[in-house]
Design a protein around this ligand. Structure first.
Ligand SMILES: Nc1ncnc2c1ncn2[C@@H]1O[C@H](COP(=O)(O)OP(=O)(O)OP(=O)(O)O)[C@@H](O)[C@H]1O
Length: 268
């Protein structure tokens, strides 16, 4: 009953489900890796798997043996090589579980679901004021808002601040001749944690070629962690933000405000 006959081959429904799940996982992996350097490694691994099945079907014992051993050791290599991508995949998966912070169940049963968001609104207003002034005066800036996970950065080159978020403080840090204006400013909760932070540069070859290091590092810091990075271009005075490795350029202050609400208020 549960066996299907297809051109003389017998399949069970579970075999089809098995195949569908594998195809689904390969498509998800493809979407996750597309555009990154890891994508070429992924294609290389797929070729090795295809070669393995081919030589096995052709009954070539030595090559089958060699490729089989390579695949066995390869599993550990895959975990090491794809560690950032696996992290990102699990992060996305975790966001969609019934107990994640933005799930319906969590919002329903969270004891402080009616709390007011005065503090977050204050932070948003201060950031928007600073970004507005810096965009108008074409002052280059890069701000990272670390949301769920503590952002990891090179503490050796950065300067710890630990000050309350305020427009004046942000603007004075990015003042063109100020000693801390280079690099990124990190905000965690209601605190400016550090300035002059060097961020990892994105290696995504699909980013627009005209963007420089500031925008590329904004993308880089959001590729493997749950952060929002905001840039003001010194060259053009435009505002952009990066999230999940995607750069949205030339946004208005209103659009940025909506994004900040989504990140700091709705994401709670
Ligand atoms: N890895 C990095 N991490 C943080 N900030 C960086 C990094 N690399 C460069 N920057 C910042 O970017 C500035 C240089 O920006 P660059 O002109 O290359 O980029 P851009 O994206 O074209 O920005 P803009 O439009 O403001 O010119 C540097 O002065 C420094 O403050």
């Amino acid at each position: 009953m549960d066996v299907i006959n297809f051109y003389g081959y017998n399949f069970r429904w579970l075999n089809l489900l098995d195949l569908a799940i594998v195809i689904f996982l390969i498509i998800q992996l493809y979407r996750l890796l597309k555009g990154s350097l890891a994508f070429n490694i992924f294609l290389g691994l797929l070729c090795i798997y295809a070669a393995y099945f081919l030589v096995r079907a052709l009954k070539m014992p030595i090559l089958t043996n060699v490729l089989q051993n390579f695949i066995n050791v390869g599993l550990i290599a895959i975990i090491i090589i794809f560690q950032p991508e696996i992290r990102k995949f699990l992060l996305v998966l975790g966001k969609k579980t019934p107990l994640s912070k933005d799930s319906f169940l969590t919002k329903l049963f969270l004891p402080d679901r009616f709390k007011s968001y005065k503090e977050e609104e204050h932070i948003i207003n201060e950031i928007i004021t600073a970004i507005g002034h810096m965009a108008a005066s074409q002052t280059g800036a890069l701000i990272v808002l670390a949301t769920t996970y503590r952002v990891k950065f090179d503490t050796a080159s950065s300067i710890p601040i630990d000050g309350n978020v305020s427009a004046k403080l942000i603007e004075s840090i990015f003042e063109k001749n100020a000693p801390l204006h280079d690099g990124a400013l990190i905000i965690v909760g209601n605190k400016i944690l550090a300035a002059k932070v060097i961020l990892p540069l994105s290696e995504n070859p699909n980013l627009p070629t005209r963007i420089g290091m500031r925008h590329r590092s904004a993308v880089g810091i959001t590729e493997h962690s749950d952060n929002l990075a905001i840039c003001v271009s010194e060259e053009r005075g435009t505002i952009s933000y990066a999230e999940d490795g995607i750069l949205t350029q030339d946004v208005s202050l209103e659009e940025l405000k909506v994004k900040l609400y989504e990140t700091l208020v709705e994401g709670l």
